[in-house]
Write a protein that binds this ligand. Structure first.
Ligand SMILES: *[C@@H]1O[C@H](CO)[C@@H](O)[C@H](O)[C@H]1NC(C)=O
Ligand SMILES: *[C@@H]1O[C@H](CO)[C@@H](O)[C@H](O)[C@H]1NC(C)=O
Ligand SMILES: *[C@@H]1O[C@H](CO)[C@@H](O)[C@H](O)[C@H]1NC(C)=O
Ligand SMILES: *[C@@H]1O[C@H](CO)[C@@H](O)[C@H](O)[C@H]1NC(C)=O
Length: 286
């Protein structure tokens, strides 16, 4: 009897294991990986998985349209080619043997389908411990800014959308450690839209989550210095530098039309179309 009580108060191996994995997952920097390209998704609370799934299907559809030469499957180039060849010979065979029993054909086709390995998408979901926040990674060969801009513009002009649980889809051009020097270096590396258009205006949109080592003001000041020959415009900038820290990592993008595209909020563009930003107010940076 007394034995049992002692056992009750000591955590079982299973409980220990559980809490170990839980804390490990939370420490893991939200699943973001340094150097990662992809998307930052905000979803209806409790619908994160459904949201990520619908976004991956939306991305795949648009990649197939915009970049027909880009496979939406990972590591499938060789298999793809082989399969096309096989498909064509299969078609020819079908034509010749039209008289063959169709049920037998169907069964055979189904078995073939089952034998095919399950294909892995180039878009990989990354779920986080934060409500409403998920990420999707993708290869660097995808121009994430062009892809998302097209989806946002289409949503606002056609006033139709394929998503139900998703608010924002923000491109991630790169991911870096959440410290000032890494952030500056990363912005410099992808800063070409700003550098290429010396007359363009910009603003910095910084947000810090779960990290007391760095502040919004430090980031804004540091990037303002980097682009001191450009003008800041907080109402309708040509480019917005998005810097969002999630614990130890930081996602970065330089996005066009951030205000007009309602901060890349697909729900908002669907219901209200393009935003009409306030007239530009240029501020010279120091
Ligand atoms: C910032 O992070 C990079 C990469 O982890 C590291 O090499 C560098 O020392 C860090 N800098 C500061 C000031 O912490
Ligand atoms: C920047 O704007 C000024 C004034 O409008 C113009 O003279 C100049 O050619 C522009 N420079 C570039 C690189 O676009
Ligand atoms: C903040 O800095 C301390 C000391 O360098 C480090 O141990 C800690 O992991 C940092 N926090 C985050 C969220 O990066
Ligand atoms: C996106 O827009 C919708 C509709 O305007 C709004 O309710 C929602 O809060 C926005 N989501 C985010 C994450 O800003």
């Amino acid at each position: 009897m007394s034995n049992k009580r002692v056992n009750d108060s000591v955590p079982s191996d299973r409980q220990k294991k559980k809490s170990y994995f839980k804390s490990k997952a939370i420490q893991a920097g939200m699943g973001l990986v340094v150097g990662m390209t992809g998307f930052y998704i905000t979803s209806e609370k409790g619908r994160e998985r459904k949201s990520v799934k619908e976004v991956i299907s939306l991305l795949s559809k648009n990649v197939e349209k915009m970049y027909p030469e880009q496979s939406i499957y990972a590591d499938q180039k060789e298999t793809d080619q082989k399969e096309t060849v096989k498909d064509e010979t299969a078609k020819d065979e079908k034509k010749e043997k039209k008289t063959l029993d169709s049920i037998e054909d169907m069964v055979k086709a189904e078995l073939e389908e089952m034998k095919k390995p399950k294909r892995r998408s180039i878009f990989e979901p990354i779920y986080t411990s934060m409500a409403c926040v998920s990420f999707i990674s993708c290869p660097k060969s995808i121009n994430v800014v062009d892809l998302i801009k097209k989806i946002m513009v289409d949503t606002a002009t056609e006033r139709k959308k394929d998503t139900r649980y998703t608010s924002r889809i923000v491109p991630i051009q790169t991911t870096c450690p959440a410290n000032l020097s890494s952030i500056s270096e990363s912005v410099k590396a992808i800063g070409s839209p700003l550098v290429d258009f010396p007359n363009s205006t910009f603003m910095v949109v910084a947000k810090i989550r779960n990290n007391g080592n760095i502040t919004k003001e430090e980031i804004t000041t540091s990037l303002g210095t980097m682009f001191s020959s450009h003008k800041v415009d907080l109402n309708n900038p040509d480019f917005s530098i998005i810097v969002e820290v999630f614990r130890g990592n930081c996602i970065i993008s330089i996005l066009p039309d951030y205000m007009k595209l309602r901060k890349y909020n697909v729900t908002s563009l669907f219901s209200d179309g393009f935003a009409q930003p306030k007239p530009s107010v240029n501020e010279k940076t120091e």
